[in-house]
Ligand binder design. Structure first.
Ligand SMILES: C[S@@+](CC[C@H](N)C(=O)[O-])C[C@H]1O[C@@H](n2cnc3c(N)ncnc32)[C@H](O)[C@@H]1O
Length: 198
């Protein structure tokens, strides 16, 4: 007998102009969110191993988003959705409170030049929005190779009441992304953190 999954097959892409909560049946469905998946497919591995949970990838690049949708369809995964949108808009107005189990953020663009810092999205403004969207025992995992950005992330998460549960100099195998592998090959230092909602 084939296993009954709680999700109907259908389009992977979620309409950014529509109501996200309705499209994803929030908060009734447990949801994991991956922000800025790029060309990486970690979320497909996670979703395949956890078919009863919904996984949403958010990506601002149309090309990467469309490629991701094709990969999800080819893999036949019914519990993965993709949203072509700036995560800042999603956090500001599109997510109901207490509906997200976890956010995974692997190597967010660091925008190292000072005049470009305004493009970074993990900030003292967005960290409370992450906290609001999470369920009470929800978490955020984040990895970066950019030490100054990690300082900003640490300060932002602390000020929003997050508690640092784990900090390592390598990305755990299950979370390893294309960028994680690239930095590992180069021998470049990275920092990985797991934050729990306070
Ligand atoms: C450096 S890549 C990392 C890709 C992947 N997570 C990995 O580790 O291999 C950062 C990705 O975040 C996406 N991104 C940047 N700013 C974003 C935003 N505000 N909202 C959603 N995605 C964003 C970029 O388009 C890019 O694909």
């Amino acid at each position: 007998m084939t296993e009954q999954l709680p999700f109907e097959p259908g389009l992977v892409a979620v309409d950014p102009a529509g109501d996200l909560a309705t499209a994803l049946e929030l908060p009734a469905r447990p949801l994991h969110i991956e922000v800025g998946f790029g060309k990486d497919v970690r979320v497909l591995r996670a979703a395949a191993a956890d078919p009863g949970t919904l996984y949403l990838g958010i990506e601002v690049s149309r090309k990467k988003h469309d490629k991701f949708c094709r990969k999800v369809a080819r893999a036949g995964l019914r519990n993965v959705r993709a949203l072509l949108c700036d995560v800042r808009e999603v956090l500001q107005e599109m997510l109901p409170p207490a509906c997200v189990l976890s956010f995974t953020v692997l190597f967010p663009d660091p925008w190292p030049k000072r005049r470009h810092h305004k493009h970074r999205w993990i900030t003292p403004e967005s960290a409370p929005q992450l906290a609001r969207a999470l369920v009470p025992d929800g978490c955020v995992t984040v990895a970066t190779d950019d030490a100054p950005y990690m300082d900003q992330i640490r300060a932002s998460m602390r000020s929003a009441g997050f508690r640092l549960e784990r900090e390592t100099a390598t990305v755990p195998a299950l979370e390893r992304s294309l960028f994680a592998e690239r930095f590992e090959r180069l021998g470049a230092p990275v920092l990985y953190q797991l934050w729990l909602r306070g």
